[in-house]
Write a protein that binds this ligand. Structure first.
Ligand SMILES: [Cu+2]
Length: 267
């Protein structure tokens, strides 16, 4: 039922996709159960109180359409309170349960001393720039290690965008001058299942201009050791980035400086 993408190896983490899947199935199961009970009980009563042509008992207190069956404390009142009571219990339990899970979706799992990887995502017409803590930036491809919690700070350098991946069930506004947060994590099991490199499509979910539908990117998840090596090789960028920081007028990298500054505020 649950796609293995979401399972976090050796931890009690639940990825967002897994949480949403769980909520969906709990609501589906309960809705089906309640539906079966209500429809069966209705049909049973339709049969029981059918008009069979005979005269009703003189003392039979037949319900009237639209009447609230209070029954003056009689058996009908018990049924009313029972059905209201059960409905209230079901609804309140679902609200508390779903709200608890959604709080978890907001906060993410506790990563302990391991720490997270914080990346700034900057949308632009028409693409995505990913800025790493060391100043390295990637266009349209976010390369991250497996089994790590990845924290994204999402913003935009021009118009409103919306960063998201349907596969990972993540989605976050990208608004100029503002930041929003989301997180995800992919297990090494999933990376192994996809042949050593798991890829997920990234799309823009806010109509942002003529190139909106082509505003695609990719999240690539690789094993931790491979990622460490890859990341170490991006170090050179950080020096050039800091040089560029000193010169915000430099044309192509103004955006990078802006992104880093916004990332700093958001962090
Ligand atoms: Cu867009």
């Amino acid at each position: 039922m649950i796609h293995p993408i979401t399972l976090q190896q050796g931890t009690d983490w639940q990825a967002q996709a897994e949480v949403f899947e769980e909520i969906f199935f709990v609501f589906l199961a309960l809705g089906t159960l309640v539906g079966i009970v209500v429809v069966s009980y209705t049909l049973w009563n339709v049969y029981k109180y059918r008009d069979d042509g005979s005269e009703p008992d003189a003392d039979f207190d037949a319900p009237v359409v639209g009447e609230l069956p209070t029954g003056q404390g009689g058996p009908k009142a018990k049924k009313l309170f029972l059905s209201f009571g059960l409905s209230a219990i079901v609804v309140i339990s679902l609200v508390v349960y779903a709200y608890g899970l959604l709080l978890y979706v907001e906060d993410g799992p506790d990563t302990g001393e391991e720490g997270d990887i914080e990346i700034t995502v900057e949308g632009y017409q028409f693409g995505w720039e990913f800025l790493y803590p060391n100043g390295h930036s990637e266009m349209n491809e976010l390369v991250v290690p497996a089994d790590k919690r990845i924290d994204l700070t999402v913003t935009s350098r021009d118009v409103w965008h919306n960063f998201g991946s349907s596969d990972l069930r993540i989605k976050s506004d990208a608004i100029p001058g503002e930041t929003s947060e989301t997180w995800f994590s992919v297990s090494s099991d999933e990376v192994a299942a996809q042949g050593g490199e798991a890829t997920f499509r990234v799309e823009c979910f806010e109509l942002c201009g003529s190139g909106h539908s082509a505003m695609k990117g990719q999240i690539t998840v690789i094993p931790q050791d491979e990622w460490d090596e890859w990341y170490a090789n991006t170090e050179g960028d950080s020096e050039s980035a800091s040089v560029e920081d000193a010169d915000p007028a430099s044309d192509t990298d103004t955006s990078r400086v802006t992104g880093a500054a916004i990332g700093g505020v958001g962090a």
